[in-house]
Write a protein that binds this ligand. Structure first.
Ligand code: ADP
Ligand code: MG
Length: 660
């Protein structure tokens, strides 16, 4: 364990660092701050109220410590700063009490209200701050202080012997980039903001350069590879399609044709199927799997969650089993004996279609003749995983399904190694989801409409954000909301909560009770985003909506309106309402995501948490899009010049392709 080398890190804190996905020195030094605290002592006489400022002061009175609740305390005392004697209050710092003696010099950060002569501090440090100081702030979790992360990173920078620089020398010269080691140093302990900008630009560029190098490399490889051309009886397929419970939409038909053409051709299919939530991608996948079956091959479909895998399993089995196709499911929570049976049957070729979760990737899962690999919710599986499942077959065809309607501009970069099919229109009969942006103060009216829906026998989703713990914001959380809703409905409505930290079994039971209609309101973190299908749910309420990207909100909204009932979406937020109002005016996922993209807003809550293609350590696809475009161009040229033979590039490229 490399982390053991770091000063001050014991087994306990190593566990915490691991939770932040930090396992070695490299991870540490590339764990970038998400913002900086800038401390610069000011004269209180000259500051604006309501902005956070830093002052130096001397303690004038012994602090008074009072407990408001068991976990909530307050320190108050007077200090002298310049020529002002002011009242200071700070909450939940009882532990500072014994250090704050009269006459001590301290530095305070907080907000000053002149009329009350009161300073509410958010931070107190012992000693005067002599000159401006910039402090990096890192995403953290409970039990790990920012200063511990800072120190660990500093030590890692000292101990790390080799920092590999991936920007080719010519490009480094062209852009006047500094050495990587210097940038890393600066980003973690900068002297001024200009320095930060330069270092950041360089690190973002490098991150995008590597990313685009991988994408471009995959694209090139994919072009070279021949797959198998598959032969199936068109009549049988036609019969199947004609006997579906519904008629395909034009977009579905087109997407299906594109997939079938790819199956027939001897080129290896590498296709991204993008379609809004509820646009009907599954049927396109199902037809493709049926065609693949008719040509004598096995198929597999991987979903990101068990709930979703089961849903697909039920749908696909219903559609295909009467046509002689054997469909099975493989998920982590199955019994050992069951698992063994499935794996054996798969190997013998007695299973035609295997649906599952990540469990499919396991080494013991061996197909007899795998011809088609489908991955659902593609953006959750990163570029580094694109290769994983296809390994199990001999040049199988690949379809990725994504419910995130990615703007074309994005798609052209991050998915440019693939062909794309888009399903833009939804099946007929779907109503638009009526959407309203509401202030927190208007909650009452929302509760009223919820109750109306419940009285009609319908169900409700409530979504609250869940984020890494920070002390910075007041956010709604599921537990709190449950209590508030219970009170509001006088305990008469069945309410349950669901969040990502629950055990699979527990989640499933909760989901089942909701599906059966026993639970009326499900209060969840964004775990419900992914493909859950409860037709009776007609209302979704999203708290702290400002924290989500519009594309994410749109996906969440897609949990309702899954049949012909009138459906509603309430976005509760006191901030950023202009952006949110786009949701009121449009139900078109492609339009919405394009708008979101154009606004170039900062880190979407989802983006920062989910693993997958959208996650960069320092780059932000929206804000830094121009850098991405440049990196795309540069990496293409670099690749075409045959420069990637160097070992360091070979290493990263090998990790993404198992093709050679
Ligand atoms: P998604 O693109 O989100 O995966 P699904 O494939 O789950 O969408 O389809 C959503 C719902 O629409 C399903 O219940 C499906 O049976 C239904 N559906 C799909 N295509 C059509 C169609 N052409 N006409 C009517 N209903 C359809
Ligand atoms: Mg789906």
């Amino acid at each position: 364990m490399e982390l053991e080398k770091i000063k001050g890190l014991g087994p306990k804190s190593i566990v915490l660092f691991n939770k932040l996905n930090i396992y070695n020195l490299e991870d540490l030094i590339t764990y970038y701050p998400y913002r900086y605290n800038i401390y610069k002592p000011v004269d209180l006489n000259a500051v604006n109220e309501n902005t956070s400022v830093t002052i130096n002061a001397t303690i004038e009175t012994t602090p008074k410590l009072s407990y408001i609740k068991r976990n909530f305390n307050r320190l108050s005392f007077r200090v002298l700063t310049e020529d002002l004697l002011i009242n200071v209050t700070i909450f939940n710092r009882a532990f500072l009490y014994k250090n704050l003696d009269i006459g001590k010099e301290i530095m305070l950060v907080g907000k000053y209200t002149r009329s009350k002569n009161s300073f509410v501090a958010s931070e107190i440090k012992l000693g005067f701050l002599k000159e401006a100081k910039i402090e990096p702030v890192y995403h953290s979790i409970k039990g790990l202080k920012n200063i511990q992360i800072q120190n660990a990173i500093k030590d890692a920078i000292v101990k790390k012997e080799k920092i590999i620089d991936y920007i080719p020398t010519e490009l480094k010269e062209k852009y006047h980039f500094q050495e990587k080691a210097a940038s890393i140093n600066i980003i973690h302990s900068p002297k001024n903001t200009t320095e930060i900008k330069q270092a950041k630009l360089r690190l973002i560029y490098e991150e995008f350069f590597i990313f685009m190098l991988k994408i471009n490399y995959l694209k090139k490889k994919n072009k070279e590879i021949l797959g198998h051309s598959k032969h199936f009886e068109d009549d049988k397929l036609k019969f199947f399609i004609e006997n579906l419970p519904f008629k395909l939409t034009l977009d579905q038909e087109k997407a299906t044709q594109e997939c079938l053409e790819d199956l027939k051709s001897n080129k290896k299919m590498n296709r991204l199927l993008i379609g809004d939530v509820g646009s009907g991608k599954t049927i396109v996948a199902t037809i493709s799997m049926y065609a693949n079956f008719l040509s004598g091959y096995q198929s597999t479909l991987m979903a990101p969650t068990e709930i979703l895998a089961k849903q697909h399993y039920t749908t696909i089995k219903n559609l295909l089993s009467s046509h002689g196709v054997k469909v099975e499911i493989l998920i982590g929570s199955q019994k050992k004996s069951e698992r063994k049976r499935i794996i054996e049957n798969l190997f013998n070729g007695e299973i035609d279609i295997l649906i599952g979760t990540h469990a499919l990737i396991s080494e013991e899962v061996i197909f007899k003749k795998l011809g088609l690999v489908i991955t659902d919710e593609q953006h959750r599986f990163g570029v580094n995983q694109r290769g994983n499942l296809q390994n199990k077959g001999n040049m199988p065809d690949i379809i990725y399904m994504s419910a995130t309607p990615i703007p074309r501009t994005y798609a052209l970069t991050i998915y440019q190694d693939m062909d794309t099919s888009m399903i833009k229109t939804k099946p007929m009969g779907r109503k638009e989801i009526k959407t309203f942006v509401k202030k927190e103060s208007e909650l009452k009216s929302v509760l009223k409409s919820i109750l109306e829906q419940i009285k009609k026998g319908h169900q409700v989703y409530v979504v609250a954000p869940s984020i890494l713990e920070t002390e910075e914001r007041n956010l709604h959380d599921v537990n709190h909301l449950k209590e508030s809703f219970k009170m509001a409905f006088k305990n008469k409505v069945e309410i349950e909560i669901l969040h990502g930290k629950m055990k699979t079994l527990e989640k499933e039971e909760i989901m089942n009770r909701y599906k059966e209609g026993k639970t009326k309101i499900l209060i969840a973190t964004t775990v419900i985003e992914v493909g859950v299908d409860v037709k009776n749910a007609t209302t979704i309420v999203i708290f702290n909506a400002e924290l989500f990207g519009l594309a994410t909100l749109h996906q969440l909204r897609g949990r309702v309106g899954r049949n012909d009932l009138e459906s509603y979406c309430y976005l509760i937020s006191d901030h950023d309402t202009e952006r949110l109002k786009i949701m009121e005016t449009s139900n078109d996922g492609f339009y919405i995501s394009e708008q979101d993209f154009l606004m170039r807003r900062g880190g979407d809550l989802f983006g920062t948490k989910q693993s997958g293609d959208m996650v960069f350590k320092i780059g932000n696809l929206q804000q830094d899009y121009k850098i991405l475009l440049q990196a795309k161009e540069d990496s293409e040229m670099f690749l075409n010049n045959g420069c990637i033979l160097e070992e360091k590039y070979q290493k990263i490229l090998k990790s993404i392709t198992n093709i050679d």
